[in-house]
Design a protein around this ligand. Structure first.
Ligand code: HEC
Ligand code: HEC
Ligand code: HEC
Ligand code: HEC
Ligand code: HEC
Ligand code: HEC
Ligand code: HEC
Ligand code: HEC
Ligand code: HEC
Length: 412
C-alpha cells in the first residue's frame, strides 16, 4: 500500500516536471521571429547553459510561463539584452556567486569577474572603451561551450585566433599605439609549433597573459612568466649577474634575449661575439661580458667539434662492421653534457659552462680514440686477410702444379 502510494507520488511528480519543462514562452515566441530575435533560439541547443538546464529567462529575466509580450516587462524582472559595458556583471551575477554555482559543480571557479576587472580589458571597459574584449568576445553568446570542448574559442589551440580578431586588426589597434603583430609572431614560435604538434603544455596567449586577469595567478608580471615552466633556467638566471642589473634597469629578464612572442629554438651562435649573438647587443670588445661570451662560445665549440669527430670515427667503424656499441653508448653522456652546458649558459659564467664542456670533451675524446682503434683493428684484419689470401692462392697453385705433374705421362 505504502509503496503504491510512493510510486504514485513519484509518477505524478515526474509528470509535473515533464509537463513543466517545455513551457518556455520565450523560446516559443522567439523561434517564430526573424533575424537577430530568433538567432538565439536556433543556436542555444548546444550551449553549456542549456545543457545544465538553464533557459533564456535565467539570464535575461522575465516570466517564462507568460506567452504575451508582458513576459518581458520590468515588473516580471526582465533585464533585456545587456549593453557591452554591462556584460561582465551580467555574466558575473551567477559566475561570482559561489553558493549558486556549486549546485551545478562543487569544484567550479568563481573568480572570473574579480580577475577580469584587473585586466587591461576590464580597466578600459570601465573607462568607457567599447573596443575591448568582454566575456562574450572570448566565449561567444548563446553558443557558449565548455572550455574543455575542442570547438570552444578558448580551447588552447583556438585561443590565438580568438585574440587575433582584435589584436591582428590594424584598424582597431591604431588608436592604442601598440603593435598588432603578436599573433603572427607567436604562430612562428617554438611554442606554437609545440602546441600544433599536440603539446598542450606549451603556452598560448592566455597562458602568459592570464585568461581573465592581468597575469596568470602566482606570477607578479608577464615578464616573469617563463619561469613557471622553464624552472631551472629561471633559477640560474636569478643567481646570475644579469638578474640585478636587468631589474635595476627595468629590463624584462628572459624576454630581453629571447623576445616574448617570436621565441625560436636558439643555437650555440646565440652566445659569442658574432653578429648572431645576443650578447653583442649590450657588450663591447674589451668588457668582461664580451670576453665571457667569447670564452663560453669557444667552450661550446670545443665540445661540439669533439662530438663531431667522435661520431665520424665511430660511424666509419660501425659501417665497416666493427663492434663499437660500448663507446657509442658512452658518447651519449657527452651529448648529455652538451645539453647541460647549454642550460648553464644562463649562469653567464665561462667557468661554470667549462665544467660541463670539459666533461663532455673528455668522454668524446675517449669515444673518438675507441673509434680510431676500431678502424686500425679493421685495417690490421684486412691486411691479415690479404696475407692469408696470398698464402691460400700460392698453396692452391702449388697443389695444382703438383696434380698436373702427377697427371702428365712420365718421361720415358
Ligand atoms: C509574445 C512574443 C514574445 C515572448 C513571449 C517573449 N518575447 Fe522577447 N521579444 C519579442 C519581441 C517582438 C522583441 C523585440 C521588440 C522589443 O524589443 O520589445 C523581443 C525582444 C527580446 C530581447 C531583446 C531586448 C533588447 O533589450 O534588445 C530579449 C533579450 C528577449 N526578447 C528575451 C525574451 C525572454 C527571456 C523571454 C521569456 C521570458 C521573451 N523574450 C519572451 C517577443 C517575445
Ligand atoms: C548565458 C546567458 C544567456 C542566455 C541563457 C541567453 N542569452 Fe540572450 N543574450 C545574452 C547576452 C550576454 C546578450 C548580449 C550579447 C551582445 O551584446 O553581444 C544576449 C542578447 C540577446 C538578444 C539580443 C540580440 C541582439 O543582437 O540584439 C536576444 C533577442 C536574446 N539574447 C534572446 C535570447 C533567447 C530567446 C534566449 C533563450 C533561447 C537567450 N537569449 C538566452 C545572454 C544570454
Ligand atoms: C580575453 C578572453 C577572455 C575573456 C574576456 C573572458 N574569458 Fe573566460 N576564459 C577564457 C579562457 C582562455 C578560459 C579557459 C582557460 C582557463 O581555464 O583559464 C576561460 C575560462 C572561463 C570559465 C571556465 C572556468 C575557469 O575560470 O577556468 C568561465 C566560467 C569563464 N571563463 C567565464 C568568463 C566570464 C564570466 C567572463 C567575463 C567576466 C570571462 N570569462 C571573460 C578567456 C576569456
Ligand atoms: C543564470 C546563471 C548564469 C549566467 C547569467 C551565466 N552563466 Fe555561465 N554557467 C552557469 C552555470 C550554472 C554553468 C555550468 C557550470 C558547470 O557545470 O561547471 C555555466 C557554465 C559556463 C561556462 C562553461 C564553464 C566550464 O567549466 O567549461 C562558461 C564558459 C560560461 N558559463 C560563460 C558564461 C558567460 C560568458 C556568461 C555571460 C554571457 C554566463 N556564463 C552567464 C550559470 C550562468
Ligand atoms: C574584442 C576585441 C579584443 C579581443 C577579442 C581581445 N582583445 Fe586584448 N585588447 C583589446 C583592446 C582594444 C585593448 C586595449 C589596448 C591598449 O589599451 O593598449 C586590449 C588590450 C590587451 C592587452 C594589454 C596591452 C597593453 O597595452 O599592454 C593584452 C595583454 C591583451 N589585450 C591580450 C589579449 C589576449 C591574450 C586576447 C585573447 C585571449 C585578447 N586580448 C582578446 C581588444 C581585444
Ligand atoms: C610566452 C609568453 C607569451 C605568450 C605565449 C604571448 N605573450 Fe604577449 N607578451 C608577453 C610578454 C612577456 C609581453 C611584454 C610584457 C611587458 O613588457 O610587460 C607581451 C606583450 C603583449 C602585448 C602588449 C603589446 C606588445 O606587443 O608589447 C599584447 C597585446 C600581447 N602580448 C598579446 C598577445 C597575444 C594576442 C598572444 C597570442 C598570440 C600573446 N601575447 C602570446 C608574453 C607572451
Ligand atoms: C606554459 C609553459 C611555458 C611557458 C610559460 C613558457 N614556455 Fe617556453 N617552452 C614550453 C614548451 C612546452 C616548449 C617546447 C618543448 C621544449 O622544447 O622544451 C618550450 C620551448 C621553449 C624554447 C625552445 C627550447 C628548445 O630547446 O627547443 C625557448 C627558448 C623557450 N621556450 C623560452 C621561453 C621564454 C623566454 C618564455 C617566457 C617569455 C617561455 N618560454 C614561456 C613551455 C613554456
Ligand atoms: C642574456 C641573455 C639570455 C637571457 C637573459 C636568457 N637566456 Fe635563455 N638562452 C640564451 C642563449 C645565448 C641560449 C643558447 C644556448 C646554446 O644553445 O648554446 C639560450 C638558450 C635557452 C633555452 C634553450 C636551451 C637549449 O637547450 O637549447 C631555453 C629554454 C632558454 N634559454 C630559456 C630561458 C629562460 C626561461 C630565461 C629566463 C629565466 C632565459 N632563457 C634568459 C641567452 C639568454
Ligand atoms: C640587454 C643587455 C645585455 C645582454 C643582451 C647581455 N648582457 Fe651581460 N650584462 C649587461 C649589463 C648591463 C651588465 C652589467 C654591466 C657590465 O658589467 O657590463 C652585464 C654583465 C655581464 C657580466 C658580468 C660582468 C662583470 O663585470 O662581472 C657577464 C659575465 C655578462 N654580462 C655576460 C653576458 C653574456 C655571455 C651575454 C650573452 C649570452 C650577455 N651578457 C648578454 C647587459 C647585457
Amino acid at each position: 500500500m505504502k509503496t503504491a502510494a510512493l510510486a504514485f507520488i513519484f509518477i505524478f511528480c515526474a509528470y509535473c516536471a515533464w509537463g513543466e519543462a517545455p513551457k518556455e514562452s520565450c523560446v516559443t515566441c522567439h523561434s517564430a521571429m526573424e533575424g537577430k530575435l530568433s538567432e538565439a533560439v536556433k543556436i542555444f541547443g548546444g550551449d553549456v547553459h542549456a545543457q545544465v538546464g538553464l533557459g533564456c529567462s535565467d539570464c535575461h529575466g522575465g516570466d517564462r510561463n507568460d506567452d504575451t509580450m508582458d513576459s518581458m516587462s520590468k515588473a516580471k524582472g526582465f533585464r533585456g539584452a545587456p549593453k557591452k559595458a554591462q556584460i561582465p556583471e551580467f555574466c558575473g551575477r551567477c559566475h561570482s556567486d559561489a553558493t549558486y554555482m556549486r549546485h551545478f559543480n562543487p569544484k567550479v571557479r568563481t573568480d572570473e569577474l574579480s580577475e577580469y576587472v584587473t585586466s587591461v580589458h576590464g580597466k578600459r571597459l570601465k573607462q568607457g572603451d567599447q573596443n575591448v574584449a568582454t566575456c562574450v568576445d572570448c566565449h561567444g553568446v548563446h553558443n557558449i561551450l565548455q572550455v574543455s570542448d575542442t570547438r570552444s574559442p578558448v580551447y588552447p589551440t583556438n585561443v590565438a585566433n580568438t585574440c587575433a580578431r582584435c589584436h591582428s586588426d590594424a584598424e582597431k589597434m591604431k588608436q592604442y599605439k601598440i603593435p598588432f603583430d603578436q599573433v603572427g609572431k607567436y604562430q612562428k614560435s617554438v611554442h606554437a609549433k609545440a602546441m600544433a604538434d599536440g603539446d598542450l603544455s606549451a603556452p598560448t596567449c592566455t597562458t602568459c597573459h592570464g585568461s581573465h586577469g592581468a597575469t596568470p595567478p602566482g606570477v607578479d608580471s608577464v615578464a616573469n612568466v617563463c619561469g613557471t615552466c622553464h624552472v631551472f633556467f629561471a633559477q640560474l638566471f636569478d643567481k646570475s649577474p644579469h638578474k640585478v642589473v636587468f631589474t635595476n634597469m627595468g629590463l624584462p629578464g628572459c624576454v630581453q634575449c629571447h623576445s616574448n612572442h617570436a621565441i625560436v629554438v636558439p643555437g650555440d651562435e646565440f652566445v659569442g661575439v658574432t653578429p648572431k649573438s645576443v650578447c653583442v647587443n649590450c657588450h663591447f670588445e674589451g668588457d668582461t661580458g664580451y670576453n665571457t661570451a667569447k670564452a663560453i662560445s669557444d667552450n661550446l665549440s670545443a665540445l661540439t667539434s669533439a662530438l663531431a669527430r667522435a661520431e665520424s670515427s665511430l660511424g666509419a667503424a660501425e659501417r665497416s662492421g666493427m663492434e663499437v656499441s660500448t663507446p657509442k653508448l658512452e658518447l651519449a653522456n657527452a651529448h648529455e653534457a652538451l645539453i647541460k652546458a647549454r642550460v648553464n649558459v644562463h649562469t653567464f659564467s665561462d667557468v661554470e659552462v667549462k665544467k660541463f664542456t670539459d666533461q663532455g670533451v673528455a668522454i668524446a675524446k675517449k669515444s673518438d680514440e675507441a673509434g680510431i682503434a676500431a678502424l686500425k683493428e679493421r685495417d690490421y684484419r684486412r691486411k691479415g686477410l690479404g696475407f692469408s689470401l696470398v698464402f691460400i692462392v700460392i698453396a692452391i697453385a702449388g697443389l695444382y702444379m703438383k696434380i698436373r705433374q702427377m697427371e702428365s705421362p712420365p718421361d720415358s
